[in-house]
Each structure stands twice: as C-alpha cells, then as structure tokens.
Write a protein that binds this ligand. Structure first.
Ligand SMILES: [Zn+2]
Length: 358
C-alpha cells in the first residue's frame, strides 16, 4: 500500500550534519535539508527522540572502519511517529509510534537464517551507514520497527535502543551470566553501563561497578550496584578483589578498552570471563598468555545485539524492570555541545535529542 506524503510534512527540514573538513568532520545545523522519501519497504518518521552515541564521534572524526559519505546525518537511537508509508509496507500506518532497531540485517544470509542477525554478513548500522536521527525526519526500513513499548516515552525507548540490547547480548548471550555470580561493570555511568548494572542485577548477580567521580559513584549505587569503586583510584582492582574475599569476579563487563584493560584482568577470578563490546580508549591491549591459560580466563567478543535481544529489553522496559537513565534532553542545535560533554565523560546515562525542541 502506498500513501501520498502527509500534508503536514514539509519539503525541507532541520538536520545536524557532519560536513567534510580536512582530516575530520565538523557538525553543522542545516536548515534546508530535503526531507527524504519513504521508498519500498520503508516508512518516514517524524523524529521525536534520538540518543547521542559514541559511534557518532567516530563518524564525525572519520574513524569508522569504512568511510561515511559526507555530508552525513548521525543518530542511531531513534524513536518517532510514522508520517508516511512507502510501497510494499504492511502492518504499519501513519500515526503509529515506534522505536527503531538500529542493527540492519539482510534476513537471507546463513547468520540471519539462524537468528544471529547481529552477525549478518550484510549488516549495517542505522545512522552510521544510513542517514540517522539528528534531524526532524528520517526514513527507516519497516522491518526494523517495534511499536513503542506501553508506558515509555519516545525519549525513554530511544535511550535504550542500542545500549540495552548490547548490554543484554554481552551478559546473557555471550557471557552466559548465572544467578549468584559476581559481575564487574566497567564505567557504570556510561550509556551501556547503566543498563549493564541493571541487567546483571535482574539476572541475580552481585554487581560491582566502577565510576570516575564521587557523584557518579553515588549515582551507580542508586542504580543498585552492591559496590562501586572509583576507577580514578589506582588500586581499584584490589578493592574489587577484597570485596570478593580475594577471589575476583566471575564476569567483567568491558567496553572501555586500553585504559581499563589491565585492571579488568586483575579483578577477574580464576575461570572468569571478560566480555567486551568496545574500546574507545584504545583497541590495542596486552595479554599475558601465562595468566590467560593458568587462570583459565575467557576473553569474549560481543557485537551489538540480535532482534531477539532488542525485543527482550524493550519488553522488560515496558514491564518497568529496566529503567532508562537520561541525564539531559537537548534540541538539535545543541548536539555539538552534547557530544563534547560525552567526550569529556561528563554524562551519567544518556544525552538525548528532541528535534521538536527549539
Ligand atoms: Zn544477513
């Protein structure tokens, strides 16, 4: 079914785009960007919420593995209302409120066929390899949509769209977390950390978290962490070991990389598993093979999340068992400011954009 463009949709929109500058990109609020058209299988969304994510910084700085054509609209964590429906879309109509699963997959490769949609050979990330939500409107494939969970605002749902499923995939699908285990969540105040703490608690684990300031330590305790150590103190791994009676933790939830790697390994018990989904402080780390095999440590990679992880997290959010943590909501023209706050690690939880704000 094809519908004509809703009369309330303008032909141009405000969008924050990355423009090419020598060696890196620069953000700019553009006022006259053409509103994209919903092609076959896609819908046009009026963006009501978009999260800021570290990957946006990589895109801006030209550090994504494959270069992104510029100008580019970032923003992977999107919720909005359908304002136009392209051809060959069934099950959705104008006015529907939705959140976007940003892990785009082909549905046909061997990985997709067994449900490992995050391992799709043709996978792309919405807002990185496609235009994203730093705009008033965005086109999204209809099969990436989920109805906004009941009781959640657009901002709340979007704030968990990447971090929630990613943390869920790490702890459940990859680390196979069991009830009663000790989990160390690195950087509990990060977007993914606030969900890591909650998901580990929900799974019946004892949670030890790290945070980088006195205020963040208190905020992480309020989220339910059983112990929070300040990772600016050099002996924080010893504090973790002491709390576990000298044994160390069963699972380390890592996403920071080089800056925390050695202490993360030091905090791990014999037989422990370290699961990691990122390394924005540096991707090159040292591994002492003697320690790895004598202690029977497991190092586990985890990438994004499957559709099932996305659905699991949104359902738990709908039931009120996972809480979104939003520090601040900004209008489009303050995205650069928000990215600077994120880079300076002055955010607890998520910074969100509401393009309807002026
Ligand atoms: Zn595939």
């Amino acid at each position: 079914m094809s519908m004509s463009t809703d009369s309330t949709v303008a032909s141009t929109m405000r969008a924050v785009r990355v423009h090419a500058v020598e060696g890196h990109g620069r953000l700019q609020l553009d006022l006259d960007v053409p509103v994209p058209r919903a092609g076959p299988g896609s819908v046009l969304l009026a963006v009501k919420a978009c999260g800021l994510n570290h990957v946006d910084l990589l895109t801006r700085d030209g550090q994504t593995p494959a270069p992104v054509p510029l100008p580019h609209i970032s923003g992977t964590e999107v919720a909005g209302d359908i304002v136009d429906v392209g051809p060959d879309v069934r099950g959705w109509k104008c006015g529907d409120q939705v959140v976007v699963d940003p892990i785009l997959f082909c549905g046909e490769c061997a990985s997709c066929r067994i449900g490992d949609t995050n391992m799709c050979r043709n996978s792309r990330v919405f807002g990185v390899q496609t235009p994203g939500g730093y705009a008033q409107y965005v086109v999204a494939p209809a099969r990436q949509l989920l109805a906004l969970p009941r009781g959640l605002t657009h901002l709340q749902a979007a704030s968990m769209a990447v971090t929630g499923p990613t943390a869920w995939h790490m702890l459940h699908s990859r680390a196979r977390l069991r009830m009663g285990e000790d989990v160390l969540v690195i950087a509990a105040g990060s977007g993914i950390g606030v969900l890591g703490v909650q998901i580990a608690k929900l799974a019946g684990a004892r949670v030890i978290a790290t945070a980088g300031s006195t205020q963040k330590v208190a905020q992480a305790q309020a989220l339910g962490a059983d112990l929070v150590v300040n990772h600016s103190e050099p002996d924080w791994a010893d504090q973790v070991r002491a709390f576990t009676g000298g044994r160390g933790v069963d699972v380390v939830f890592e996403h920071v990389g080089a800056a925390t790697w050695q202490a993360s390994l030091k905090a791990m018990a014999r037989g422990g598993r370290l699961v990691t989904c990122g390394g924005h402080s540096g991707f090159q780390v040292d591994i002492n093979l003697w320690h790895l095999f004598v202690k029977q440590h497991s190092l586990i990679g985890s990438f994004a999340a499957t559709r099932q992880d996305f659905i699991d997290v949104m359902r738990l959010a709908e039931q009120g068992r996972l809480q979104p943590v939003i520090q601040q909501v900004l209008p489009l023209h303050r995205i650069a400011e928000g990215q600077a706050l994120m880079q300076a690690r002055k955010v607890f939880g998520k910074l969100m954009i509401d393009p309807t704000l002026n």
